[in-house]
Unconditional design. Structure first.
Length: 133
């Protein structure tokens, strides 16, 4: 029973910290989705960085602006792309990527590209990354 209370406390603390710029993934607890919006033609994210351990981890992004959709290629990890597998859900309003345990350690920058239904769009965005320990 104490383990259940401890897990609930950890979850509550993680939810309270959800508004911070950096989010840390811990084993057993899924990270909250990263909110993505388009404001004045630029992409904004709720978290500029996410820290994760060296094992397998899953990340999710959810779109909060009408008129745009994610595709399976919306999250571009550059040179580390081969270590990630991504798929959309909820009719393109969300995208989920799983990082393999073999992904290189360190800062893994990524870019977000959204579709307007006609083409993939390149929009200004902040420097965003996953910090793989």
């Amino acid at each position: 029973m104490n383990e259940l209370r401890g897990a609930a406390l950890v979850l509550a603390m993680a939810l309270l910290a959800g508004g911070t710029q950096a989010q840390t993934l811990s084993r057993g607890l899924p990270a909250p989705p990263i909110d993505v919006t388009v404001v004045d033609g630029a992409i904004r994210v709720s978290q500029a960085s996410v820290r994760t351990g060296s094992g397998t981890a899953t990340f999710a992004w959810q779109l909060g602006t009408e008129g745009y959709r994610f595709t399976s290629g919306s999250i571009d990890f550059g040179d580390a792309q081969g270590f990630f597998s991504c798929a959309t859900y909820n009719y393109g309003l969300g995208v989920r990527c799983t990082k393999s345990a073999q992904a290189p350690s360190g800062q893994l920058p990524y870019r977000i590209r959204l579709s307007d239904g006609q083409a993939m769009l390149e929009m200004p965005q902040p420097n965003i990354f996953i910090m793989n320990d």
